[in-house]
Design a protein around this ligand. Structure first.
Ligand code: GLN
Length: 493
């Protein structure tokens, strides 16, 4: 019998439509797979009862002829999306015991379609990190190992649980969020397809806020078609989020025509970093050749302010985080750590001291510093101006090209502890993803090859705002050309 946990969303959808598969069967297989993947630490909460109830409802919906794209499909939900009555802590201790009274719009959209919830997924605390090592619930292990080695690697971050569940055959798709690269970089590290839509395409209502002007929901799936199907279900205007935009959601799957003849693909010269591993350059070059072979025109472009993107991001994101995280004070929700005989201030101090991890504290300190009187103009305001220049770079580029192709990350997955003592080395992971985040643009990471050690590597596709269809179309062509068929060894099962 075929292993149902290795099926793609599109295949399962079509089989369910034809009456050859039930969501119940599919869901039972996935509940078992979630248990079998315990050693990855991808799930921090499992919801098998909810999953089975969802599955039965989905089977009824399908029988009644009301099947939609995600009906009956088992998915994992990043712990940053509010799920009514179910653990939602953005993997922080400070939200200890928090079970929201409401559902995030993105997850509600999935449930309205009939999707099945397997549980909540591990992540870096408040989505701050690139390796999933900052989670209060411990690190997630990458299902992939280097050829001939039993050493564990990080899955990337912050959506480490999302990518490990999908590449570890413990979910058919997963929600994720991207503030500076948290969908694309972990997708690159795990041979999965990561899709971050335009800022404003998915509602942020009910997403635990990290940096509100950057946070955007998206998808992790096994291939491009599945990403198109899942994103279509999640996206859409929401009056409850003032930054969500009232633009019709296209049929994303229909964009996968495979035809990119005559399209112009830009290659930003500033992304050729000094000291970048040769295999990353080689993969990029391979991607360029695939574009040409598919009939696209490849042109060199310039994004001159690229080198200021990381510094600007690591001012703006912490600034917004310091403001957003001020709400966690032990009064309204989550952890309350009040010392005996202490006053209100003491409670604030001890709650925040014991509730936040080191990386979150670092961001809060940076954020309050760059927003403080006397430094605001020099840091925060300056970074905002640089952000505009970066957005203008892209604007000019998209007058000439339809899309931009780059590597997703400057390396393959790395070992635990390799970068966690050196924040700057960790922040460098985001060098290729952060500029598009600052500009609010849609982007993907497509599995495109393997490192010399046998670990997955991704290519990043970027397009103009609201042009997810171009991102998906080009991603589909890369997927076809790369014919990426490597799989992890399943040591965890
Ligand atoms: N790694 C980046 C950071 O730590 C991006 C995280 C994200 O996109 N959520 O801020």
């Amino acid at each position: 019998m075929t292993d149902l946990t290795k099926m793609k969303i599109a295949e399962a959808r079509d089989l369910m439509k034809a009456g050859e598969l039930s969501s119940r069967e599919l869901t039972e297989a996935h509940i078992a797979a979630v248990d079998a993947a315990d050693s990855l630490n991808a799930y921090i909460v499992k919801t098998p009862e909810i999953a089975l109830a969802n599955a039965d409802a989905a089977d009824k919906k399908i029988k009644a002829g009301n099947q939609k794209g995600m009906t009956g499909i088992p998915v994992g939900i990043k712990d940053l999306f509010a799920t009514k009555g179910v653990h939602t802590q953005a993997c922080s201790h400070i939200l200890d015991g928090f079970k929201p009274e409401y559902e995030s719009t993105v997850t509600q959209n999935l449930w309205n379609d009939g999707a099945v919830m397997l549980g909540k997924l591990n992540m870096d605390e408040f989505a701050m990190g690139s390796s999933n090592e900052t989670s209060y619930y411990g690190p997630v292990k990458n299902p992939w190992r280097a050829t001939g080695s039993n050493n564990d690697f990080v899955p990337g971050g912050s959506s480490g649980g999302s990518v490990a569940s999908v590449s570890g055959y413990a979910a058919m798709g997963a929600t994720a969020s991207d503030t500076g690269g948290s969908i694309r970089q972990p997708a690159s590290f795990t041979g999965t397809f990561g899709m971050k839509p335009t800022y404003g395409r998915c509602s942020r209502y009910g997403m635990v806020a990290f940096a509100s002007s950057l946070d955007q929901a998206g998808t992790i799936t096994r291939d491009v078609r599945d990403g198109a199907i899942m994103l279509e279900a999640m996206a859409g205007f929401d009056p409850k989020d003032s930054t969500s935009v009232d633009i019709a959601v296209p049929n994303f799957e229909a964009a996968l025509t495979g035809d990119i003849r005559g399209m112009k693909i830009g290659i930003p010269q500033e992304y050729h970093l000094a000291g970048m591993p040769g295999e990353i350059e080689a993969l990029w070059h391979q991607g360029i050749e695939w574009m040409k072979a598919a009939g696209a025109e490849v042109v060199d472009i310039n994004l001159p302010h690229t080198k200021y993107a990381l510094p600007a991001y690591y001012i703006i994101a912490p600034a917004e985080a310091s403001s957003n995280l001020a709400r966690y004070d032990g009064v309204k929700y989550g952890l309350r750590d009040a010392p005996n005989g202490g006053n209100l201030d003491d409670m604030y101090y001890t709650t925040r001291a014991s509730g936040f991890g080191d990386e979150v504290k670092r961001r809060i300190m940076i954020g309050t510093y760059v927003l403080s009187a006397g430094y605001y103009d020099a840091y925060y305001l300056k970074a905002q101006k640089v952000r505009q220049l970066i957005a203008d770079d892209f604007k000019r580029a998209f007058e000439k090209v339809d899309a931009i192709l780059t590597p997703t990350a400057p390396s393959a997955a790395f070992a635990f502890g390799e970068k966690s003592d050196d924040p700057l080395a960790m922040y460098l992971n985001d060098v290729f993803t952060v500029p598009a985040s600052l500009a609010g643009l849609p982007g993907s990471s497509v599995p495109a090859g393997l490192s010399a050690d046998g670990l997955p590597l991704g290519l990043q596709v970027l397009a103009n705002a609201w042009d997810e269809e171009t991102v998906l179309k080009i991603s589909g062509v890369i997927e076809q050309a790369a014919a990426f068929s490597a799989t992890p060894s399943e040591w965890w099962r």
